[in-house]
Design a protein around this ligand. Sequence first.
Ligand code: NAD
Ligand code: TYD
Length: 333
Amino acid sequence: MRIVVTGGAGFIGSNFVRYLLGKYDDLEVVNLDKLTYAGNLENLRDVEDDARYAFVKGDICDAAVVRATLDGADAVVNFAAETHVDRSISGPQDFISTDVLGTHTLLEAVRELDVKRYLQISTDEVYGSTETGSFTEESDLAPSSPYSASKAGGDLQVLAYYRTYGTPVLITRSSNNYGGWQYPEKIIPLFITNAIDDQALPVYGDGLNVRDWLHVEDNCSAVDAVLHEGELGEVYNIGGGNEVRNLALTRRILELLGKGEDLIRYVVDRPGHDRRYSIDCAKVRALGWEPAVDFEDGLERTVAWYRDNPDWWRRLKSGEWREYYAQQYSGLA
Ligand code: NAD
Ligand code: TYD
């Protein structure tokens, strides 16, 4: 089986490439990635010499590259995206290009080349925020940010291709992932690495927003289950079942690193900040999947990973990252 993984040099994509190569012998994985600021081939150093793995540098918006890479593929898993909400607020254009037009370009190639399975990696953020209850796959889409609106645009195209052309598609919508190899702009790796260096942890607003944390390894096993067992044309929510307020998460990170709460800084809230994400995951559980990583263990392991891999994130926290950080957190003392 030949699987094309797009965005395989990013956080979840690289974990997924490693997961596939570890689990299956008789498979070939092609990683198509543009290597944006978030793409990092260091994430896959341990598998780059594996004969079953190949890397193609390219943009999912480039129809010629996409067609050449997908030719002969049995399945495509599309992780490639612009993914950071704050960056989508300061500059939405790349989100529309990659998350909307890139998805369209992939769908066209899947259709033309008759690829047998296309899995779109989406997010629970497409449902928007809710203070009560949990969204099912049938819930309306009500995205708040340019990021989640772009992802919703991608999802709607995927479902339209199923209805119109019978394109063999699947969608997963996962909650917030955490684990090793996550670019230090999202809250968990940013706060762990800032705390290690005794830098301030900028908490948006009152810190009472809730996110449901899913260990990246659990997401990989769920994506694998949906890719192989999912029903075409269907959407599957994937959540960790760990709804935690940002402030509680921040305090736990500080505790695990033996740092004081004096590092916490309340900063101006994110515009349109979703209060709470919560999804019902009965549908993916019916495929036999369930999360295996306990949140407390997973967070401890994640803190240990960043503590043990300072070269990895220190290289990233330079150049482009520094500019972004200075602009995003200009009010931070
Ligand atoms: P990431 O930002 O770490 O990595 C994105 C990858 O996509 C990078 O390697 C980047 O180089 C590549 N890429 C970006 N634009 C591209 C383009 N035009 N062509 C080819 N490659 C391109 O992202 P992530 O956190 O690993 O997220 C992966 C997917 O999972 C995304 O689709 C995201 O929307 C979704 N998702 C992420 C989370 C999360 O918590 N991180 C939660 C739910 C869903
Ligand atoms: P983030 O990791 O950006 O993921 P998402 O916005 O996709 O859920 O943010 C997670 C939560 O943490 C969200 O409620 C915003 C908050 N947050 C902060 O309080 N400070 C920060 O510096 C960042 C990056 C996020």
